[in-house]
Ligand binder design. Structure first.
Ligand SMILES: Cc1cc2nc3c(=O)[nH]c(=O)nc-3n(C[C@H](O)[C@H](O)[C@H](O)COP(=O)(O)OP(=O)(O)OC[C@H]3O[C@@H](n4cnc5c(N)ncnc54)[C@H](O)[C@@H]3O)c2cc1C
Length: 389
């Protein structure tokens, strides 16, 4: 991890507006109103465990409420407020007890607005549509063989008709792919057709040459997809060969920080449920929570949750200060995934057979923790990043 001295921490928290201090009460109130309104509908955990999660519907509703625009439109350099608002959305969605709506939001927010918003070749209209929630996107980087090593891409850039470009290959485990209007595809440009050789980032509309099959996993049913690209027409070159991975690197730091924010809040919500449940369940004539062992377990988990919240907060502060905190983002994601898995496992145990039921908050979180430890870079790749500094 990059060494952070007390002075540099002070500089980032005092020298810029701290995201936690930049709390925007008006925005938070609107997010609360949105989650209250949709808690039993679009945000209900059950809806996201069905074969057809309401991805488009949720993004449209968040967009129509103006929350995407207010969190992600260019705020004239006020990065702290933008980050605080984006994190507030993730926290609120995690609090409703399921990681899946956050996955749809994260891919859409980070890919469609932040990334497309900064690339000069993005076609006009794409970002406003993304902010309105009327168009959806997916980032297709992982391939069936060795997603951790994106320098070994098998998806390639080819020549199309009338001087255009095409892309051919297979991507999988792509969040939002079954609902995406366009894909951001990482592909190897072996012949330098984009201007240079190497990994390029291409905008590919869902349509001819693109076939998406839904992939079901331990959690997040119906949300991820396998994408077969067969000479699919390229609408725009977002990053030329050799620059595709560089452009994505910074995106992944944001993604890992937001994943840590989400996992910390999901763990907090499962822990709150476990505390309430241990106060309600009675064994041997007394509430479960009267046992010292149970109270100590809950206290230890609470300390773990506070630790990963603080790590995520520090990563947000560094991002807000304009730093590129790769080590902090990796450490935060690594620890948050471990804490979420431990909280979910202990909470399930404390609830006994009830916790083992399909759909119990702890059972759901245990499945989410497994997926979130893989998505956005695996635990081992996070350790590799921390080791490199
Ligand atoms: C819920 C979910 C959502 C996802 N969403 C997206 C998405 O939107 N877009 C996208 O492009 N991808 C997405 N992914 C894919 C995800 O990024 C990959 O699964 C992940 O990067 C790992 O790649 P892999 O599955 O090919 O595993 P591999 O790279 O084959 O790795 C297999 C195992 O080996 C370990 N490993 C690999 N290299 C090393 C090493 N050098 N040293 C030690 N251990 C190593 C890995 O940690 C892993 O445990 C998603 C995955 C999930 C589960």
């Amino acid at each position: 991890m990059t060494p952070v001295t007390p002075a540099s921490v002070l500089a980032t928290t005092v020298g810029s507006r701290c995201p936690e201090g930049a709390a925007d009460v008006e925005f938070a109130t609107r997010v609360d109103a949105f989650t209250d309104r949709h808690r039993d509908g679009l945000l209900a955990a059950d809806a996201w465990e069905s074969a057809g999660p309401p991805v488009r519907e949720l993004l449209r509703a968040v967009g129509e409420a103006g929350l995407l625009r207010d969190a992600w439109a260019d705020r004239g350099g006020d990065r702290a407020t933008a980050l605080w608002r984006a994190a507030a959305l993730h926290r609120a969605f995690a609090r409703v007890g399921n990681g899946a709506p956050g996955a749809a939001l994260l891919t859409h927010l980070e890919v469609a607005t932040r990334l497309l918003g900064v690339l000069p070749t993005t076609p006009a209209g794409l970002v406003p549509g993304a902010l309105a929630g009327s168009s959806t996107s997916a980032l297709a980087a992982t391939e069936p063989d060795g997603g951790s090593d994106l320098t070994a891409l098998r998806t390639t850039v080819g020549a199309g008709s009338a001087g255009g470009l095409t892309v051919t290959g297979t991507k999988w485990f792509i969040s939002n792919a079954p609902y995406a209007d366009h894909l951001l595809v990482l592909a190897d440009d072996r012949d330098g057709r984009t201007g240079r050789r190497g990994p390029a980032l291409l905008l590919v509309p869902a349509g001819p040459g693109v076939e998406v099959t839904t992939l079901d996993g331990l959690g997040h049913t119906g949300l991820t997809g396998a994408v077969a690209l067969d000479a699919a027409p390229v609408a725009a070159v977002l990053a030329v060969g050799g620059h595709g991975l560089l452009v994505l690197m910074r995106h992944w730091i944001h993604e890992r920080v937001m994943l840590a924010v989400r996992m910390a809040e999901l763990a907090a919500s499962v822990l709150d449920h476990a505390v309430a449940d241990a106060g309600r369940r009675t064994t041997f004539g007394v509430p479960l929570i009267t046992n010292q062992h149970v109270r100590f377990t809950l206290a230890r988990l609470d300390a773990d949750v506070q630790e990963v919240r603080a790590m995520a907060g520090q990563s947000l502060r560094l991002l807000a200060a304009g730093a590129c905190p790769g080590g902090w983002a990796a450490a935060g994601k690594h620890r948050a995934a471990a804490v979420l898995a431990e909280v979910a496992d202990e909470a399930l145990q404390l609830s006994g057979g009830d916790g083992y039921r399909r759909g119990h908050p702890a059972e759901r979180a245990l499945r989410d923790a497994t997926g979130l430890a893989l998505a956005g870079g695996t635990t081992e790749l996070m350790l590799q990043q921390i080791d490199r500094g």
